[in-house]
Design a protein around this ligand. Sequence first.
Ligand code: ZN
Ligand code: ZN
Length: 373
Amino acid sequence: MPQPITHLLLERKVLGNFLGDAVHQGDIYREEWTSFGQDIFYVKDIIRHTHPQRYNVVSDTFHWDGSYDEFCSELDILKSKRNEDRDGSQKTDLDQLGADIYRRYLHAVGDLIFHPFVYRAAKDHWRNHPSHEYRRHKVIESIIDAYLLDVLEGTNPYEFRYNDHSMRPHTSLELDDNLFEVVNSGIKLAYGKSGIFAANGVDYEKYFGRYSSDDPNHPLRDAYRDFIFYTELLFAFHKPLRHISGLDCLVPLEKINDDQIRLMNQDRKQWYLSDNPEMPRYSVLELLNLAVKVGTKIVQASERFLASDFAISHDFFAIHANNVVYLGQNFNLDTGLPSSENLALVKLATIDETLRYGVDMLAANYKTIENYV
Ligand SMILES: [Zn+2]
Ligand SMILES: [Zn+2]
């Protein structure tokens, strides 16, 4: 999970090309929450404890497998809603819903592009997360947030006012019904029915299935409120939070020093020491550009699907988007590799083997994206 601002900047760069100023309209919490994507259950119950289960395993599973399937399910639902809206009376709502669906998958894209770098810089393990390395992982991501804001917008995380609803006064504290329905169905189809949850030890019934859709405390609705509460707290009460271990590394950085800037790899060092010349050397700024490029391709292909005669986006992408990296199969948002590699990855004994695994595959995907015009 690169920190929230990186995902927001990426989403605005990509969708700005399609939606123009409309990207800045509508509900601010909704925009932030959808760009927070697969991370939403990491902050559920972090402060309020409304559910006895730990939902972290849900967000972990979202990262390891199934995000492409979920994206496709959501696009298919959107398309059928658009077909039903014959008189166009729902058009504004459905356009907003389309942006939400894109944002959720653009979160995945941000992770896929940045995480292979972050994990190597921190020497973190995608699944075991040793505590010292995991902390470093979070710190590097906070530096990336502050660095990108400084370079791209000339501001810092506090002046940027991440989710300041006073900028958009009509913002609601409750999850929109259309958005709830689409995400809830997307999760059910991609994770509950497909068996991906079961394969990762997550009981769909326990975490989602037993809640009725109109339950005001459905875990998705609670995750929305918890997200608002958590991010408000993070930006408003950053000083006291700096002293709470576990939360301290999540507090956004106001200023970054030269040592921290060096971690952004402007001098293009190998991400991890290796004899393999394919070990990537991209800087953080280059990574952002790659994420914008591939994110734009994905949205373009999706718009073509929505305008086509196809009802099933999986089928459309298989035929018409086979040159678009991250369309066509599920990827692991932590390793940047196809989810089909997960089994081989868990068998590796050391962190060194893990961080050297699949580098040729990774490099080939980055190169494909680099060559997009
Ligand atoms: Zn991360
Ligand atoms: Zn994430």
